[in-house]
Design a protein around this ligand. Structure first.
Ligand code: SF4
Length: 491
């Protein structure tokens, strides 16, 4: 695999394990037990990797605010690959996320040369209607990049923190790359950070579900988040092996540091641009600290967290209080102290017109292969199924798809099929079968040769026809409901 991922090529990534080593993406299965009723893409290992998804899982469990954000370049037909991203946006929205969807018309303008009008038509007709038909709720925000002032302003500010050499290292840009293309990259970073702006409730964990080819945008944005922040909170160790929290505010106004010092109840050292919170974490400190959070909702959220820890600690009084429980309580007290500090830091930064972005989290899903095997390509109609394909035509495409079966029935009965090399099984795995048991049964029957490709394809084709018919009816309903949605168009 090339050591650069390119968001604008249609390269197929075959060796996902390399992504863990080369780009520091963590395996998703390790975090699966922490997710309340995980999505089928998670259960079925279709989502294979993540960055920092722990904070999203925790927000889902505790009811803390978090967001899901994603973007679609309005470049062509909306297909099953886009549905995968839309499904994940809708799922996170159902789990309590505030949802943001950007239609990347700046990107389509700069990379594909599309007019603004064409971007708008494709954006609505293809992507927005399908997104709503798949269950996106009106509380979410949908916007065209060209119409969203806050994204454009933020993109400009982000542009001041990155230079051509850095963009080249991440994206492989050359002297031929247009300024608009570079600006569209800064706009993508602004898209991802937008949910954390003050007008949307300030800093919070944000997840961006993507295919691995989009990781360059995440790496750029995570770096920029740190560079934009007025303060940086760090955990450090004393010479004796104890821990303390440190806030650095390189370039922050001295008044902002003074304000921060006022709001940290405990022993504090203030240097020119640097505050050390030396206090050993304890309940009394925590209770005084939590009152320094101005936002009532957030204050209450942390108050509940502290009460939960106290209830746990009280329920296991000595002598039953085990070493593990002591450790558990200490760890949670310490973690909560850090989070409260981050919260207060974010509020002070906002008061002094600064940023406090949390680096965005991300999930990475496998790509579907083409229906004929090989790569799925938008320019080869038989390799993919568009969500707007005529349902009967969609069913025919399934029937023409490459399977993992043998040439003759006899052979298949004797040797069995190969579901992992079968496009039809992949369709069922990703989209057509909800029930895990049913899917496992199909897989088993295929492998041991009791299932034949003809009837299997027939079932998948019927399900696909049914799905497309239903989806397209919902798209027409969505068209009538468009006015109920918050959509920001280009003026
Ligand atoms: Fe694929 Fe079904 Fe044939 Fe197995 S029986 S190879 S799953 S089409």
């Amino acid at each position: 695999m090339d050591n650069k991922l390119d968001p604008w090529s249609s390269s197929n990534i075959t060796d996902y394990s390399k992504l863990f080593e080369e780009f520091g993406i963590s395996p998703f299965e390790n975090i699966l037990p922490e997710i309340p009723s995980p999505h089928k893409y998670m259960r079925r290992r279709i989502i294979f990797g993540h960055r920092d998804y722990e904070q999203i899982a925790e927000a889902m469990r505790t009811g803390a605010p978090f967001s899901v954000m994603d973007g679609f370049m309005p470049s062509g037909k909306v297909h099953l690959g886009h549905k995968m991203v839309m499904d994940q946006i809708v799922w996170h929205q159902e789990k309590g996320a505030s949802a943001f969807v950007g239609i990347a018309d700046r990107e389509a303008f700069s990379v594909r040369g599309f007019s603004w009008q064409k971007c708008r038509e494709i954006g609505v007709e293809e992507y927005i209607l399908s997104l709503i038909a798949l269950g996106f709720k009106p509380e979410g925000l949908i916007y065209f990049q060209s119409g969203c002032g806050s994204v454009k302003d933020l993109a400009f500010e982000l542009g001041a923190k990155v230079n051509f050499s850095e963009l080249s290292a991440i994206y492989g840009f050359s002297g031929e790359t247009s300024l608009s293309h570079m600006l569209s990259v800064a706009t993508q970073a602004a898209d991802i950070l937008q949910p954390q702006l003050e007008e949307f409730g300030g800093s919070k964990p944000v997840v961006v579900p993507v295919g691995p080819d989009q990781d360059p945008h995440l790496r750029l944005t995570r770096g920029l988040a740190g560079k934009m922040n007025m303060f940086r909170v760090e955990e450090r160790e004393t010479a004796e092996g104890g821990k303390y929290l440190s806030v650095r505010g390189k370039g922050a106004p001295r008044e902002a540091l003074q304000e921060l010092k006022k709001r940290i109840p405990g022993k504090v050292k203030l240097y020119e641009e640097h505050i050390d919170v030396l206090q050993t974490p304890d309940y009394a400190f925590l209770e005084r600290f939590v009152l320094q959070i101005n936002q009532p909702e957030r204050r209450n959220y942390f108050m509940t967290q502290i009460q939960e820890i106290a209830t746990f600690a009280n329920a296991a009084k000595p002598p039953e209080f085990s070493e593990y429980e002591k450790y558990f309580v200490f760890k949670r007290v310490w973690k909560t102290t850090g989070k409260i500090l981050e919260e207060v830091v974010a509020e002070v930064a906002a008061e002094f017109d600064g940023y406090a972005f949390i680096p965005p989290a991300s999930t990475y899903h496998r790509f579907m292969s083409g229906l004929q095997g090989g790569k799925m390509s938008s320019s080869i109609p038989d390799s993919h199924i568009a969500l707007t394909d005529d349902p009967k035509e969609g069913a025919k495409k399934v029937k023409r798809a490459k399977t993992g079966g043998c040439i003759t029935l006899e052979e298949q009965k004797k040797l069995g099929g190969k579901p992992d090399e079968c496009s039809v099984f992949e369709l069922m795995l990703f989209h057509l079968i909800e029930d895990d048991e049913e899917l496992l049964e199909i897989r088993e029957e295929c492998i041991c040769g009791t299932r034949m490709c003809g009837s299997c394809k027939q079932l998948a084709a019927e399900k696909m026809q049914e799905f497309l018919k239903d989806h397209q009816e919902k798209r027409e309903l969505a068209r009538e409901q468009l006015d109920e949605y918050r959509i920001i168009y280009k003026k």
